[in-house]
Every structure is written in C-alpha cells, then in structure tokens.
Design a protein around this ligand. Structure first.
Ligand code: GLC
Length: 750
C-alpha cells in the first residue's frame, strides 16, 4: 500500500509542478488581468486535486506557541499540518523556524501546498514604531506609510507573509483600550491613514519579496462597543455605520488590501463573523473585494455564547455562508464542514470559493514557485533593526509627539542645565516604551526617557533619577526620595501615564485618570516649586485636568517604540520642534464620553444662560483638548479665508484658501486643517467635518497661501433616503490649526 501512496504522491507532485510551471511560464510576460486569469488557472488545477478534507484544511488557521526561545509548534498541530488539515499558522516567525514548519507542509503532505504565515505586525516587527494612535498624531502620511513599509521589510525577512494590520476601527470612547491601535476618532483622517498603512505593508505589490498581505480589521465598527467595554455590543443606524465607521475599511480595500478580519462584536444583532450583510453584501457585492476573509481569534466559536448558533455545525455553516473564508483558531471548519457537505446541508462550492481565495494569495505570494522564499536566514540577518530603520523610528516618534502646554516657555530645555531630575514610574520604564501589540519587538532594546535625556545633555549636566511610585498601585513609599531628588534639581521632568498593557485588547477602563497614586506624586513634586515638565506615556486620552491647570509644560508622547527616549529628548531639548496634533478628543471627565468634535448641534445647543439647553450640571461640554490640537515652539497665525466663488453649482469644485504665517522665532511644522459644516440637510449634519489637511513647514516670519479644493464628494452624505450625494444649501467652511480655533468662510451650493 505504501508503494501505491508513494507513486500517487509522485504523480500529484508532477501534476503540481506542471500546474506551477505552466502558470509561471505564462506569468512572466502577461498583463495584470491575464496574470490573474493565469493564477486562477493554477488555483483551479490544484483545487481539482484536493479532497474535501484537504480543502477544509486550507480554511484553517492555528496559532504557533511560544517558549523562552521564541515560537514553537504544538505537536498535534504538526500532525494536523501533515494531514493537510492546516492552511496557515500565525504567531510563527523567524526565517529558520518558518522554514522548518514549511518543510512539514511541503514535504510531508499529499499535495505539498505551502503554509501561509501571519502575525500581528501592528506598529513595527522588530524595530518598533509609535503605537498607531500615537503615530496618527503625526498627521504625516509618509511617516505612517514608511513605518508600515519597514515593518513589512522586517516581517517578510523573518518568514512572514501576512500581517493582521491595519486596524481601521474608528474609536470615540477612550474607555476602550483598543483606541491605542487605530487612527483616532475621525473618518476622513482614518481613511487616509488606512490607505497609507496598506500601501506601506503591501509595497510594490503582493509577491514582492519585501511585501506582506495587509489585513483590514476589525470589520466592522468594533470601535463602537457600548460603554467602551471590549467585545461588547455595537448597535447603530445604517447611516452612522456607512458615514462614520465604514469609510476607513473601504479606503484600505480600495488601496488594495489583500485580506479582511471579522470583528468580535455583533452589529444590529448579528455578530460580524456570521454577518452576511457585512461580509458579502457590503464587502464583496458593493466594494468588489476579491481577497479572503479571516475571523478574529476563535470568533466562530464565539457565535455560541453570542447566542446566534447552538452548536459547532450551525456556527460553522453560518460563518461560511456569511462569506468568511478562514477560521482563526476555533477549528470549527475542520470539525464540522465535511459532515455538513456530506449530509447535503452545505454546498461544497462555497468551500471551493473560499479555498480559491486563499490559494490565490499563496500563488500571488510566489509560495508555489518557492515555498521558502521568505525564510532566508541571510536576508533576515541583514534586514532586521538596521540603522536606517532605527533612524526612521526615531523620526516618526518625534513627529508623533504632541505639545499640549508650554507656559512661560519652560520648553525647550537647555542641554547644559546644571541639574535635571527625571522622576516617575515611566521615566526608566523600558518595557512600557514599545506599547501594546508590539509583536516581536525586543523591549530590552528600547531606549527609556532617562537614557534619552542622559544621551542628550552635556557632560557637565547632572541627571538625577527617582521612580517616585509605581504605575498602578497605592505604594507611596518612594515619594520622599522623589521629592528630595526634585528639590536638588533646576528642572524636573516628570514621566507619568499608563502601563503599556493598560491599553490594547481586553484593556477597557472606567476611569481616565492617571492610575495608582501618580496624581498624588505630581502634586507633591509640584509643591517643591521647581519648574516641572510632565511627559505622558499612555495609549488613550487621560483626564489630566489638574495637571493642565497647575503644570506649565505637558508633552503627550504615547508609547513611542524602540527609539522613545531619544525622540522625547529631541523634543524636550529643542532638537525637534514638536508638530503633532491630537487625533482623539481629550475629555475633561469620563462622564462626557463619548465626546468628539464632529458632534451634532441638537435642537437645544448649549447656552450657559439657559438651563434648558444641552449641557451638564457638573461639567462643561468642552473637551480638555480638542481634536486636531497641538502646540509648537513657534506660533502660527491664519489670515481670512478666501473662496474661489461665494456659490457653486453641483458640477463645480470650490477653492478655499488661507494665508498661514509663522510668527515665532524658529522654523516649525503646522497641520493646516479644513472643515465644513452643512447647515441644513434632509438629515442633521455634524457641526464640523474634517475634509482635508496639509502639514507644512514654515521658516520664522514665512507665510504660505494654503489652498484646498472642495469637491462634490466632500460635500456629499447619506441623505434621508440613504442615497449618497449633495443637497443644495448654505455651508460654512473652516481652516485652522485645530478643530476649535478656526477661520470661517461661507458659500452656497446651488
Ligand atoms: C486578537 C485580536 C486581533 C489579532 C488576533 C490575532 O484577538 O483581536 O486584532 O489580530 O487576535 O492575534
């Protein structure tokens, strides 16, 4: 019998080789469309050889494990791979280790179909960049595309084919820890950032040796979980879904994203993983998405506790029929699909379509031509954490920093200051610097704030250090030493914030205050009377009202990655003039949440002199810091807005201009923002909507005329009948350096 199998294997191998050979021969000089049809031909040639069990195996994704030396594979998974019951592995990385796993699939399975290797390369792979929320505050699309590009360079050099990024979830509730992973609260900005990140990951295209498949997640509207509690219910009108939450996912797909990941949440009563409206009607029929859809971690199994499926078989059937191609870690496709097909309860054609989508990506990646092409130890050694990547990480980190306050020009500090005290639980917190979802990033290589400051100052400067307290407990025993240290210094840099894993997945908070006793530490240090600069390391907006009222200088640094300490020091000592702007609103109180700039006006807009208007008894409606806000070491002024016409038809575009001047003493970058307000519509419209921005550099005294073009698409929305388009009427148009202090113009759309 063994001889029979060996002979059959050789025949199958020959058939595969022929299929591959004929495909790549024709592939070499064909146009994209015929290249696609060539790939389809090769896919079908493999599909025709597959048993039902082998087909279902391609729809199964299992995790690798870890031990102290790095990723490991469970023995039973090796058996599953050999049995052709696994098509992809995630959390496995490293040229050598992925090669070993690939050899099992290619040499020990009947059809030698290569594995796909995926991983959460969210903000860097080995060289870690700022957390995505932090990086979004750079408003620099080139920076964000480059960091994704470098992540793909490193990941693909370590055997990875696929990253589970970009996360495109609009988030307006800072209680939700996963706000840290996205691009903030705004639909327009989130869409542009999603595009940039997909282009970075996929580079010159799938199949390029330094590119990886992007994965648009978490589809859809996961950022709208009720009460900011992770995995909670989301529920909204189709209008809000399409106007606020869907555009960034669509932008990512329009940018060519190869895959999509379903979200954990339900939407309108149906969990995304079983939601045909999302996965087929919108994603495939409206958006023409042709890649494959993978679930989030065990989310097919979670259809049971959601209460939408009563057993494995019904959950698997619901997901597959909704349009989900690959089952991450639940094993429900493996367990149930074969029987469902054999009982005639599921069409094998559905499985074939899912297998095609997955095999197509494996062909496009070149894995059938050379399954080991990404698992090259020499390339890995020469690629990972090279100096140019570290330099890019430092540059991107500096640009992500937001200067929130700088009274009496406390900043920038002098490098030759006599004594500087660096105090606080985030001052020398190496692990925290690379934030959550830091993939294979080696935190031991991260530069702390203390190290960054020591490296920046002159040899004559004495740098003092005190921890002061822990991040999140009530220990105050270190206070006295911190106070003594502060008293010895000429200036205090006070590093407070959150632990890295207080944000990210399963990290919701009901309070937005500094954790533990950090606020008490700040107050004690402030009592010393020394000039204090607060440096924040956090993954969400914090209600730092007291600090804002009592501390002269505040720098928001998020979690800046491998080069954090150097980047913060570059800003503190003025080697880089901070240019970041907030992409999420900072509330004054968690009681204001959700709070975001593009709110509706309501029928009773706030009037301080009228009790019966929309406001609180115990808090202002205003945020602590608004969307788009950030200071510089220089100042900028905005001239009046000029319009190409006071009115336009529905065929016209409108030019909107404003002169921006650097009125300070040093060069600086400004993010010039353009907003509109459609005053009257068949449905109510937000009081402001970001429609464009430009990040510009101005020398001291220099002015630039900044011009934007408003298109009909910019003025369009989902009207009362849910058609997308414009309506005639009066518009306000705004230009400024944040969403609050703006110059206004008015025009009529006829
Ligand atoms: C997690 C996350 C998702 C991640 C996946 C694989 O639960 O929700 O963002 O990509 O599992 O790690």
């Amino acid at each position: 019998m063994k001889k029979y199998h060996a002979a059959m294997n050789r025949i199958y191998l020959l058939v595969i080789v022929v299929a591959i050979f004929t495909g790549c021969q024709k592939n070499s000089n064909t146009s994209p469309s015929s290249a696609n049809s060539q790939v389809d031909g090769r896919v079908d040639s493999v599909l025709a050889l597959m048993t039902l069990e082998e087909k279902i195996g391609q729809l199964t994704l299992f995790t690798s494990d870890y031990d102290v030396t790095g990723p490991t594979i469970r023995e039973n998974y090796k058996d599953d791979i050999k049995a052709g019951k696994v098509g992809a592995i995630f959390n496995a990385f490293g040229a050598d280790y992925t090669r070993k796993l690939q050899e099992i699939a290619v040499k020990e399975t009947r059809l030698h179909i290569p594995l796909l290797f995926g991983y959460d390369v969210i903000h860097g792979h080995r060289t870690i960049f700022p957390i995505p929320l932090g990086e979004s505050c750079s408003w620099d699309l080139n920076v964000m595309q480059q960091s994704a590009r470098i992540a793909a360079e490193e990941a693909s050099a370590e055997g990875l084919h696929w990253t589970f990024a970009p996360m495109c979830d609009i988030a307006r509730d800072p209680r939700w820890g996963r706000m840290a992973e996205g691009a903030g609260e705004d639909t327009y900005l989130g869409s542009r950032i999603a595009e940039a990140r997909v282009k970075g990951f996929q580079g010159e295209g799938i199949g390029a040796l330094n590119s990886v498949l992007a994965c648009v997640k978490h589809f859809a509207a996961y950022g709208a979980v009720q009460a900011g509690r992770d995995y909670h219910t989301t529920d909204m009108s189709d209008r809000v879904l399409r106007e606020v939450y869907l555009p960034p996912y669509k932008a990512a797909i329009d940018a060519g994203a190869a895959t999509v990941m379903t979200s954990f949440n339900e939407l309108d009563g149906i969990p995304a993983t079983g939601n045909k409206y999302l996965m087929t009607d919108i994603l495939r029929k409206e958006w023409n998405f042709t890649g494959f859809v993978v679930t989030d971690y065990t989310s097919i199994m979670e259809l049971l506790p959601h209460g939408i499926a009563e057993d494995t078989a019904s959950a698997a059937a619901l997901a597959l029929e909704a349009g989900v191609d690959m089952d991450m870690q639940a094993g429900f496709y493996n367990d149930a699909l074969e029987k469902l097909v054999k009982e005639g309860k599921l069409k094998e054609g559905l499985i074939d379509e899912a297998v095609r989508r997955i095999l197509r990506k494996k062909f496009e990646l070149g894995l059938f031509d050379d399954p080991y092409r990404y698992s090259n130890v020499e390339r890995e050694k020469s690629t990972v954490m090279k100096k140019e990547f570290l330099d890019a990480a430092r540059d991107g980190a500096r640009k992500s920093i937001v200067l929130l306050k700088n009274e009496k020009q406390v900043l920038p500090l002098s490098k030759s200051i006599k004594r500087i005290a660096v105090i606080g639980p985030l001052a020398d917190a190496r692990r925290e610097m690379i934030g959550s979802w830091s993939a294979a990033g080696d935190w031991t290589k991260a530069v702390t704030l203390l190290e960054g400051i020591k490296a920046a100052v002159t040899p004559s400067t004495q740098v003092l250090y005190a921890r002061g307290c822990n991040i999140n407990d009530d220990t105050t025993t270190y206070f006295s030493q911190a106070i003594q240290t502060a008293k010895q210094a000429d200036v205090v840099v006070l590093a407070v914030g959150e632990a890295a894993l207080m944000t990210g997945e399963a990290a919701s908070r009901t309070a937005l205050d500094l954790p533990g006793v950090q606020q008490k530490l700040v107050e004690e240090i402030q009592k010393t009377g020394k000039p204090v600069v607060v440096v924040l390391s956090n993954g969400r907006p914090l209600t730092i009202n007291w600090i804002n009222d009592n501390i002269p200088a505040i720098v928001e640094t998020w979690f800046l990655g491998t080069q954090a300490g150097h980047a913060i020091a570059d800003v503190l000592f003025g080697d880089y003039n901070p240019s970041g702007k907030l992409t999420v609103t900072f509330p004054r109180s968690v009681g204001q949440v959700p709070i975001y700039y593009s709110m509706k006006n309501t029928g009773r807009p706030m009037d301080a002199n009228n009790k019966y208007t929309s406001k609180y008894l115990d808090e202002s409606n205003e945020p602590l810091y608004p969307f788009g806000y950030g200071l510089s070491y220089t100042t900028f002024t905005y001239g009046d807005i000029s319009l190409s016409s006071p009115q336009i038809t529905q065929q016209d575009e409108l030019k909107v201009s404003c002169k921006v001047t650097n009125t300070g003493k040093r060069a600086g970058e400004e993010v010039v923002q353009l907003y509109i307000h459609d005053l009257v519509g068949s449905v109510t419209r937000p009081v402001k909507e970001l429609k464009n921005f430009q990040k510009i550099m101005l020398q001291p005294g220099e002015s630039k005329e900044i011009t934007f073009t408003l298109t009909q698409h910019d003025l369009s929305f989902y009207r009362k009948d849910m058609s997308f388009g414009v309506e005639p009427g009066k518009f306000e148009v705004y230009i400024g350096g944040d969403s609050r202090d703006l110059k206004k113009g008015i025009f009529i759309l006829q």
